[in-house]
Design a protein around this ligand. Structure first.
Ligand SMILES: CCCCCCCC/C=C\CCCCCCCC(=O)N[C@@H](CO)[C@H](O)/C=C/CCCCCCCCCCCCC
Ligand SMILES: [Ca+2]
Ligand SMILES: [Zn+2]
Length: 287
């Protein structure tokens, strides 16, 4: 019965009263998207259990990154911390979406990613790559704001197309990073770049494979690729955002001599990257 109501809504037949439509967009399985994982396999109230649980990785990585990013954010721009908080909201909406597979969950999941990316672009996109008609960062941010607002409205009309479009941002970010790092001699930074891109390639392979190869994975009884995507994309963005912040610091606060280290131990083969400021900072400069 519920499915029938949902189908009616998704086909846009205007016979339902609007209160029903509102209820529908919050109702379980009202989204067009259904990931490969079996629904209600482990719980009666959580539709996709592993996809929901894997989204908790946001709660693990975001606070650590918030803590590690603090010296850079204090020196350069505290808005970097806002990005981390918004990033956490992506985790909350991802949990809500996979728990319910509701239309509203899908919209919130996608819009939170869109707005994190928009604020990230406003803060960090290199000035030299601004379109020629944009004169400064303020006008660039205003342009990004208008485009994000329009895309937000469009996403209610075609939410599924929005998910594909969001993945193209990753390609643009990788392209911009490779242009920036063309002549970079620093082996640590090149290693961080390779790791970020490698994690993203693994992540997007899982996303695509879950979307388009579900019948194959069902035969193997392994339907967890979207959950693995969550873990890999969170790590890829943690790595890539450190790299972007490092490039920004070398351009905007070069006196602070930024460098990259790994948490919890710099000598370990795996860890979370973060920025250390080895030179002067605002506080030390004043003395
Ligand atoms: C750790 C703190 C860092 C703070 C700043 C990090 C900036 C992060 C930028 C984007 C956030 C991405 C969050 C991904 C959430 C995934 C939720 C999800 O799985 N949603 C799916 C539905 O469940 C949906 O279908 C996915 C849509 C596509 C999302 C595309 C995200 C692109 C992110 C760009 C990453 C660039 C990596 C570059 C690597 C070199
Ligand atoms: Ca499913
Ligand atoms: Zn997801």
């Amino acid at each position: 019965m519920e499915r029938a109501l949902v189908d009616t809504f998704s086909r846009g037949i205007p016979s339902l009263p609007s209160a029903d439509k509102m209820a529908n967009i919050f109702s379980y399985e009202s989204s067009d998207v259904d990931w490969c994982e079996d629904n209600y396999k482990h719980s009666e109230i959580v539709v996709e259990y592993f996809n929901t649980m894997s989204s908790f990785i946001f709660f693990l990585i975001s606070p650590i990154m918030l803590y590690l990013l603090h010296p850079y954010a204090k020196e350069r721009n505290l808005a970097a911390k806002v990005v981390c908080h918004l990033y956490l909201s992506s985790g909350i909406f991802s949990i809500y979406f996979h728990m319910t597979l509701s239309f509203m969950g899908q919209i919130l999941d996608e819009l939170s990613i869109l707005w994190v990316l928009a604020i990230g672009y406003s803060l960090w996109f290199p000035r030299k790559h601004f379109p020629s008609f944009v004169t400064d960062r303020r006008s660039f941010s205003q342009l990004v704001l208008v485009m994000t607002f329009v895309t937000t409205l469009f996403s209610f009309y075609k939410p599924t197309a929005n998910a594909y479009a969001l993945n193209f941002f990753a390609i643009h970010i990788i392209y911009s990073l490779l242009v920036e790092l063309k002549d970079c001699p620093n082996k640590r930074i090149l290693g961080l770049t390779r790791a970020s891109i490698g994690l993203w390639v693994l992540a997007i392979s899982c996303w695509i494979s879950d979307r388009f190869g579900c019948s194959f994975w069902q035969k193997l009884n392994f339907c967890y690729l979207h959950g693995i995507w969550h873990i890999l994309i969170v790590l890829a963005t943690a790595y890539a955002s450190t790299l972007i912040a490092y490039l920004d610091a070398t351009l905007e606060i070069p006196y602070s001599l930024p460098d990259v280290q790994y948490w919890p131990r710099d000598s370990w083969a795996i860890g979370l990257p973060y920025i250390v400021l080895k030179g002067a900072t605002k506080l030390r400069k004043r003395c």
